[in-house]
Design a protein around this ligand. Structure first.
Ligand SMILES: Cc1ncc(COP(=O)(O)O)c(C=O)c1O
Length: 424
């Protein structure tokens, strides 16, 4: 090999982060689930209460959804074996798009094979060289990928901070032609809700379009789970709404919805849509059934919020810093990565499955135990999780320690904004 050359794989041989955690017995990733009911899983032969899933409405095991998937396999087989653009387009895809558009109150919807592709495809297609994206700092990785592929500039504003967004708009808006403000409706890690009415106000004032990623809001916010726009009553001011079926809608896939001309343009230009195989029949049929259930069976949304409120009150009551989350995603701020991994392990051993979140998903030094709740959790399972969380919180010195609790408040204020700290 020439002197100036190197091995492209050299970094892989020297990267030790995962190995070090494995050796310390703290590696928290890729736990193998042997069976699941949705709200409880079996790992290593033992049942564990699942408080780390995005199955908010608990529909993964709904009999109607399972039946719809089976029926679709019988009619269409197990895969589409091609892109919708050419040979993989099913009547089921169209039915799902029509149903979604009606549910979301938009002219048209377009279904992608993942939510990641939906963000990547839509943003990279719409934003040209002379355009700009104003993007929340805590936006999901798929939005970041979309902004990287887009030809225009991306300017980031402080998380959910409308003063910072306006400051940047004042400084930069005149340099660009088109502008898109992009943010999660419900932020996936901290669980807070975008200040959408203020975003809409700024968009009108500075002539921007609004794009909301409702991955964690679909099925959760709004009278029938239609999302963040419906929650605030400003759905008509959201130009494009993106979402995923990999959470409340219990499957896989994603969508973009908005005015017909915009959706049609994306449909004929977005490469992750055109050059990737279509959403499989069973998944499409499952999602279509989830969409019907969301509108016909309000009890799931009611149970979700009953469970989320119970957990939020109990956890903040114990003294956890939950970043003042107002949704079924309830993070527990811990701070240190290794302590968060040790806490994950202790929870797991005690029969509770929750997920640690470390940088870059959150700012460095702000590691979280991300907990999230479902319509299908039983009161017994939630009470059990609370007992374990209290006992371990005390054992780890996270609870019952005023100095530590003040430090967590300070961390929340500095890194997640003033909205992250509950009023005293
Ligand atoms: C906010 C947000 N946007 C987009 C996605 C991507 O969705 P999918 O899982 O369908 O690729 C996710 C999933 O993690 C998400 O949390």
């Amino acid at each position: 090999m020439g002197k100036q050359h190197g091995d492209i794989f050299a970094k892989c041989y020297t990267w030790e982060d995962a190995k070090r955690l494995q050796e310390a017995g703290l590696y928290p990733f890729f736990r193998e689930i042997e069976s699941t009911t949705g709200s409880a899983v079996v790992v290593d032969g033992k049942r564990r209460v699942m408080i780390g899933s995005n199955n908010y409405l608990g529909l993964t095991h709904h009999p109607r959804v399972i039946e719809a998937a089976k029926r679709a396999v019988e009619i269409y087989g197990v895969g589409c074996t091609g892109s919708r653009f050419l040979n993989g387009n099913l009547d089921l895809h169209r039915q799902l798009e029509e149903g979604l558009a009606t549910y979301l109150g938009k002219e048209k919807a377009l279904v992608f094979s993942t939510g990641f592709f939906a963000n990547q495809g839509a943003l990279s297609t719409l934003v040209g060289r002379s355009d700009v994206i104003y993007s929340d700092r805590e936006n999901h990785a798929s939005i970041i990928e979309g902004t990287r592929l887009a030809l225009g500039d991306t300017l980031k504003f402080a998380h959910n901070d409308m003063e910072d967004l306006e400051r940047i708009l004042i400084q930069t808006r005149d340099k660009y032609k088109g502008a898109l403000i992009v943010a999660d409706g419900v932020f996936s890690m901290s669980g807070d809700i975008l200040q959408l009415p203020k975003v809409v106000e700024l968009a009108k004032k500075y002539e921007c379009r609004v794009y909301v990623d409702d991955a964690h809001a679909l099925g959760v916010l709004g009278p029938k789970g239609e999302g963040t726009g419906h929650h605030f009553g400003c759905q008509d001011d959201v130009d494009l709404v993106m979402g995923t079926f990999s959470k409340s809608f219990a499957s896989i896939g994603g969508y973009i919805a908005g005015k017909a001309d915009i959706v049609d343009y994306i449909r004929h230009k977005a490469r992750p849509f055109m050059f990737s195989a279509a959403l499989p029949p069973a998944s499409t049929a499952s999602v279509l059934e989830c969409l019907r259930i969301a509108q016909e069976e309000p009890q799931h949304l009611q149970n979700l919020w009953k469970n989320a409120r119970k957990m939020s009150e109990a956890l903040t009551g114990m003294g956890y810093n939950t970043l003042n989350s107002q949704t079924p995603i309830i993070p527990l701020l811990i701070g240190d990565d290794l302590e968060t991994f040790a806490f994950t392990k202790a929870l797991h051993e005690a029969g509770v499955f929750a997920t640690p979140v470390v940088s870059p998903a959150v700012p460095k030094g702000c590691a979280l135990m991300r907990t999230s709740y479902m319509a299908s959790h039983s009161a017994e399972d939630l009470d059990y999780a609370l007992t374990v969380l209290k006992k371990l919180g005390e054992q780890f010195g996270i609870l019952g320690n005023e100095e530590r609790m003040n430090a967590m408040n300070e961390l929340a204020r500095n890194h997640f904004g003033h909205r992250a700290v509950a009023p005293a």
